[in-house]
Design a protein around this ligand. Sequence first.
Ligand code: MG
Length: 357
Amino acid sequence: MKITGIEIFSEDIPLKQPFVTSKRSISVIRDYVVRITTDGGICGYGASAPTPVITGDTVGSILYAVNEVYAPLLTGKELSEELLPLVQKALFHNSSPKAAVDIALYDLLAKEKGLPLYRYLGGENKAVHLETDATVSLGTPEVMVDEAKKHLSEGFTAIKVKLGGPKEMDAKRLGALAPLFGKDIKVRLDANQAWTVEDAVYVCNECDKLGLNIELIEQPVHYADLDGMVAVTKAVPYPILADECVFGPDEARRILAMGGCNLVNIKLMKCGGIYEALKIQKIAEEYGVSCMLGCMMEGPVSITAAAHFGAAVGIDCYDLDAPYLCKEYPIEAYTRYEGKNIYIPTEGTGLGITKIL
Ligand SMILES: [Mg+2]
């Protein structure tokens, strides 16, 4: 089966409410969907979302990569797994457009075999049920309490709380939220690089006093401060999750070798897609470390790819709440998102997307 072309088009997906972190605030996801067509009557879907402050990928760089690099590279080629490393090698960085093209190729490869993507990737032949957390955006304690109440009323049992300093303010935020979180609610804190080592220790002491059921602390310090990651990992009693300091396999190996985290956050938009995500997962396994599967604010095409990947390799910690935070769900697909639940049935092939709306 030969690849006949690659197209890219954008979809604007409004959020229920603005998504705010210490790095940015957005109210609409602008998702770029890639469609790879073939002469075999099937097409593959992938997608990427520009997040200039995290990946550095912009609308312009995504369009350039797909139209000027990947379309000429792949058009006319025979579909095969050998194309996957070519996608990675064709460009330095540019992890989001790489992910879009990589996902679309995996979609095609699984469709060609007549399998859902999670089974193509080695997952068992049974329906999948995953559970994601829901994120409380960074804001005033009052606004954060309202948002957390809403997530809890919708049945979420894991809540990710965005923090961003100053440390005393973060302590206030947690103090306001603590009465809502019973012992059965897993609390994940994400500072998005906003803290110093001392700030992290301070906030963790506050968590201790508040009796919060802290499951993990995500990216406490600046992405380049690997010594800081090591220091926080040593100093606090909670597992530290490396996010912005791990894009691809090399960074994963480096921070794990340093002892700078207890968990690694894999995001397809950071690592360039499933081909590299599989490598990160293997490296983490070598170090006896678990992975979280996270996302940017992305549309449902790439989130569905992440869910299939996680199901295939047996990840059990998910932060894939973007579909829940969206007002609309602009695809028809076999995978269903219902509050905290993500269901992938055994039917369907590839990503199981039947229509892009
Ligand atoms: Mg994060």
